[in-house]
Design a protein around this ligand. Structure first.
Ligand code: PGA
Length: 247
């Protein structure tokens, strides 16, 4: 089964830095049947990064709005993203939920908008530290999945799920691979209650060159969503070395 290596550049790089990183990656990314590489630059740099990477890597957006067109000053729709060749959109990333107050209802509307535009949503879910201490991690994941998927008519192969425990994002404290295996199994089983097919679930939260293999080798882990380490070219390139092994 193909595995995904996604780099979420967040708001770390300005346009020139994004172009420079894309050029470095374009020289080094090997096309592989076993792995798919995609990066999620800032909206402003998305088109140029896409042109630089060509067919070596795909492009995703970090966010979009739920309406498709009209008088929505300052917003960017999934249709606009599709029109520049974007493939993926992160939906419900923890920073959107927790810094910008996106609700489960907002996430649902964005999920539908991304699917309507023919793009693949990367639906991010994950429990907070507070949930974890209160033994509510499964409750949180169940609730986020229920709100996103209940009544949705789509098959699982049209969505990528990202398990991103909030306490592991940007902290240098990743989920253990054993726990990720268990939680991904739980998410895959839970998704079956709503939509048909086997869900693809990638892991995100302090993924680094040192631990990336321990996630990618797991049966239940379909890939990784890398934040901070994906904007450091040496670190991301070390991770991409994995894609060369089986070629
Ligand atoms: P991190 O971020 O790798 O910096 O922990 C992951 C993410 O937010 O997608």
């Amino acid at each position: 089964m193909k595995k995904y290596i996604f780099g979420n550049w967040k708001m770390y790089l300005d346009h020139n830095e994004s172009v420079a990183l894309a050029n470095t990656l374009a020289d080094k990314i090997q096309k592989s049947n076993d792995y798919e590489v995609a990066v999620f630059p800032s909206l402003l740099s998305l088109l140029e990064v896409k042109n630089i990477l060509g067919d070596k890597g795909n492009i995703g957006a970090q966010n979009c709005t739920w309406v498709s067109k009209g008088a929505y000053t300052g917003e960017v729709s999934a249709y606009i993203l599709a029109s520049v060749g974007c493939e993926y959109v992160l939906v419900g990333h923890s920073e959107r939920r927790h810094v910008f107050g996106e609700s489960n209802d907002d996430v649902r509307k964005k999920l539908e908008a991304v699917l309507d535009a023919g793009l693949t949503p990367v639906l991010c879910i994950g429990e907070t530290e507070e949930d974890r201490t209160a033994d509510k991690a499964q409750y949180r994941l169940k609730r986020q999945l229920n709100k996103a998927l209940d009544g949705l008519t789509v098959s699982a192969d049209k969505i990528i799920f990202a398990y991103e425990p909030v306490w592991a994002i940007g902290t240098g404290n990743p989920c253990s691979p054993a726990d990720a295996e268990d939680v991904h199994g739980f998410i895959k089983a839970e998704v079956k209650n709503y939509i048909k097919g086997e869900a693809k679930v990638i892991y995100g939260g302090s993924v680094s060159p040192d631990n990336v293999s321990s996630f990618l080798e797991l049966d239940m882990v379909d890939g990784v969503l890398v934040g901070g380490a994906s904007v450091k070219s040496d670190e991301f390139l070390k991770m991409l070395k994995i894609t060369e092994k089986n070629n």
